[in-house]
Write a protein that binds this ligand. Structure first.
Ligand code: IMP
Ligand code: MG
Length: 172
């Protein structure tokens, strides 16, 4: 069951204000091709992009890696982009970097399509040695190893619409 709130709606909102300013500065008026990884990043991406003043175009891709609370270690491209990323300033949106496996695969795929630049925004990154080498250019929060739900993050498709992030305790 849901154990306790880790990040409140207000804490998330305040952090998004800061991230939007960082993004505006980093792209200095250039158009951003924002790519959301379905479905988890959608809540984060839309709330953040509403605060960005740079010109933005939006696209999505979908991969599958998880069953329950465990990474299957096997990433499948379920839905590809509708746009060409060649020569574009691509900003990839993730909900959480856990083992980093999913992000590594997506970065490999996207960089093979020759974007002008490729950066990553993630709401959460778990503090794990497996993902220590992965750079998230625009990071919301670093969290512990716990499994979390809400604000886009699911447990078997549930809880995505919670406006805050909560820790899931499988033993309760
Ligand atoms: P990774 O490949 O291990 O980095 O896992 C990344 C994906 O697993 C994320 O995009 C999420 O969809 C899912 N995931 C990882 N940790 C959590 C969590 O704590 N709650 C919900 N989904 C998670
Ligand atoms: Mg999931």
């Amino acid at each position: 069951m849901i154990d306790r709130t880790l990040l409140s709606e207000q804490a998330i909102s305040d952090r998004l204000d800061g991230l939007a300013r960082e993004i505006d500065l980093a792209y200095a008026g250039r158009e951003i091709l924002a790519i959301g990884v379905l479905k988890g990043s959608v809540f984060f991406m839309t709330d953040l992009l509403k605060r960005v003043t740079n010109p933005v175009v939006v696209d999505f891709l979908q991969v599958r890696s998880y069953a329950g609370t465990q990474s299957s270690g096997n990433i499948q491209l379920v839905h590809d982009l509708s746009m060409d990323v060649e020569n574009k300033d691509v900003l990839l949106f993730e909900d959480v970097v856990d083992t980093g496996l999913t992000l590594r695969k997506m970065l490999e795929l996207l960089s093979s399509r020759k974007p002008r630049s490729l950066r990553v925004a993630s709401l959460l990154k778990k503090d794990l040695h497996e993902n220590a080498d992965i750079t998230v250019d625009f990071l919301g929060f670093t969290i512990g190893k716990e499994f979390v739900v809400g604000y886009g993050l699911d447990l078997d498709e549930r809880f995505r619409n919670l406006p805050y992030i909560a820790i899931w305790d499988p033993t309760r």
